[in-house]
Write a protein that binds this ligand. Structure first.
Ligand SMILES: Cc1cc2nc3c(=O)[nH]c(=O)nc-3n(C[C@H](O)[C@H](O)[C@H](O)COP(=O)(O)OP(=O)(O)OC[C@H]3O[C@@H](n4cnc5c(N)ncnc54)[C@H](O)[C@@H]3O)c2cc1C
Length: 506
């Protein structure tokens, strides 16, 4: 394994070119920084795929305090109130920063932001652009800036495999590029690798979103927190595609209803019917599917022929699958969508390992608690990227070390192993969980988890889910269906602790 030259002047290296990574890099300019992405620069990031938008209290009558109250209500007892205040108060400045990079959000004729109302928000506060293409619009604007910023070096098709940690903290990153493994020396690594939804077979996440950054931080000794909380989106299109295209919640906001294959409404017995929060709808749909039915989103009466104009992304996905949503209901099922858990970080994005920071979905800041409020994650990506950059700006990095090869071997490439993990997670660690299934998953994953790779990430999630013997937010146990007030605490794990817990069971 040979050392590679670091980025210009050996500056910080950001792993991941989604919204969080790009914001951190732009905020650090003109300080030299390198961004790694295992995909191409304009592919592989969930940030491109986000449809709804970014939550910020920008309209009259709304306020960061109201935004905070909605966030805390969604988080089901586990939000960190300081973190929530930090993010909701920081939202207007995050919007201003994006606009400073030439992002243009939709506005009404009188110049106000054309904010949308989304489930569990008490006010219209979801800034958007381009119908259901908000994330792509933000990413296009930021990428244009990144490309014209000389202090940012981009290494695409470069995959981070391990962190090299010495006595003084981070010394480098083991990367795979052009089929070769090498070490990139740096004293500051920022993990911005996005989510973990790709660990499940049914997911809306890009294929590379398998919690790899979270895994490499764990193997370097970082603590992971809230891992059991995966948000399942209730209406992913069940049309045989992997990943599954998303049918935005806004469709139900506009009156679309969930029905089964007998035409019976799925949400009829719930007070807010189809407008119940995401986790409740996901569980209702899942129960219907487990009872052998298919479930559909019926947009015909409420939206009808207007669907292609108002929801072009959804219309295109339906068309590609040979479905005409104007004439027929759209088949859907819940899919792993957003991971509340991740690398435990403080306000600065630090986690206790010198030279290691994390931001975006890979980090867990306490903003989301047990259940993310819709559209708070793009906000989190921007603010946490800014926080990491602000912290790094005040730090002079120690002189470069000459990293030695890490003790752990780089992961073997085995697509079949990932598919086995995804099947286990979908069957046993899905929308509804119980001890028997979770124990089975632990024993199956342990067989796969001896080398770094997706099985290790999946095992940590499963252990956390087994240890939480209650239902809360995105974590639903059929054997413990109620909240347990004694468990209203966030739980953090090291890799060694999770492994020891798993081994004790077998
Ligand atoms: C379909 C969909 C719709 C969504 N809609 C919304 C919405 O409307 N509003 C909202 O707030 N949130 C939404 N979300 C969630 C939101 O998009 C994400 O939480 C957010 O974009 C995460 O940003 P990020 O920068 O942390 O990660 P990402 O944007 O996922 O970027 C991760 C980057 O890391 C790279 N990477 C990963 N592993 C490695 C590695 N080992 N080495 C090198 N590079 C690596 C990837 O290639 C990518 O460049 C949605 C998500 C999905 C999937």
């Amino acid at each position: 394994m040979r050392p590679e030259p670091a980025g210009p002047a050996g500056g910080p290296v950001i792993i991941g070119a989604g919204l969080a990574g790009l914001v951190a890099a732009l905020e650090l300019a003109p300080r030299p920084v390198t961004i790694l992405t295992k995909a191409t620069l304009d592919g592989g990031a969930a940030s491109f795929w986000s449809q709804g938008g970014l939550a910020a209290a920008m309209l009259e009558g709304d306020s960061p305090a109201l935004h905070a109250a909605d966030t805390i209500a969604s988080g089901d007892g586990l939000c960190d109130p300081d973190s929530v205040r930090h993010y909701t108060e920081g939202a207007p400045a995050a919007v201003a920063a994006l606009e400073g990079w030439d992002m243009r959000f939709a506005r009404t004729a009188d110049g106000a932001y054309a904010c949308k109302l989304e489930a569990a928000h008490s006010h219209r506060r979801v800034l958007n652009a381009g119908g259901d293409g908000t994330g792509a619009a933000i990413m296009r604007a930021l990428l244009a800036k990144v490309r014209e910023t000389p202090s940012i070096t981009i290494l695409d098709a470069t995959e981070a495999l391990e962190l090299v940690v010495g006595d003084g903290g981070i010394e480098g990153i083991v990367v795979a590029r052009n089929g070769e493994i090498s070490v990139l020396p740096t004293r500051a690594a920022v993990i911005a690798t996005g989510g973990s939804g790709g660990l499940w077979r049914d997911t809306t996440n890009p294929p590379g979103a398998i919690g790899q950054g979270v895994g490499l931080a764990a193997r370097a000794g970082a603590r992971l927190i809230d891992l059991e909380f995966m948000q399942f989106h209730p209406t992913a299109l069940d049309v045989g595609r992997d990943p599954m295209p998303l049918a935005s919640e806004a469709l139900r906001g506009d009156g679309a209803v969930l029905i089964d294959d007998r035409g019976e409404p799925v949400m009829a017995d719930y007070p807010r019917r189809d407008l119940e929060p995401r986790d409740i709808v996901s569980r209702a749909v899942w129960r219907r599917i487990a009872a052998g039915r298919r479930v559909y989103l019926d947009t015909r009466a409420a939206i009808g022929a207007d669907l292609p104009r108002r929801f072009p992304g959804v219309a295109a996905s339906c068309q590609a699958a040979g479905i005409d949503p104007v004439a027929e209901p759209i088949p859907i099922r819940p899919a792993a969508h957003y991971h509340m858990g991740g690398i435990q970080v403080d306000r600065r994005g630090r986690n206790g390992i010198d030279g290691l920071w994390a931001c975006g979905e890979a980090a867990s800041t306490g903003l989301h608690g047990a259940n993310r409020l819709a559209s708070n994650s793009l906000l989190e990506a921007v603010v946490s990227g800014q926080d990491v950059a602000a912290d790094l700006a005040g730090i002079e990095l120690p002189a470069g070390a000459t990293p030695t090869a890490p003790a752990v071997a780089p992961p073997a490439r085995d697509p079949a192993a990932l598919q086995r993990v995804r099947a286990i997670m979908t069957e046993h660690v899905g929308v509804l969980r119980d001890a028997e299934g979770l124990r089975r998953a632990v024993s199956l994953l342990l067989r796969e988890a001896d080398a770094p790779g997706p099985a290790q990430q999946a095992l940590m999630v499963t252990v956390a889910a087994l240890a939480r013997t209650e239902s809360r937010g995105g974590h639903a146990r059929t054997d413990f269906p109620q909240h347990d007030p004694a468990q209203a605490v966030r739980r953090a794990w090291t890799w060694d602790e999770a492994l020891a817990f798993a081994r004790e069971l077998t």
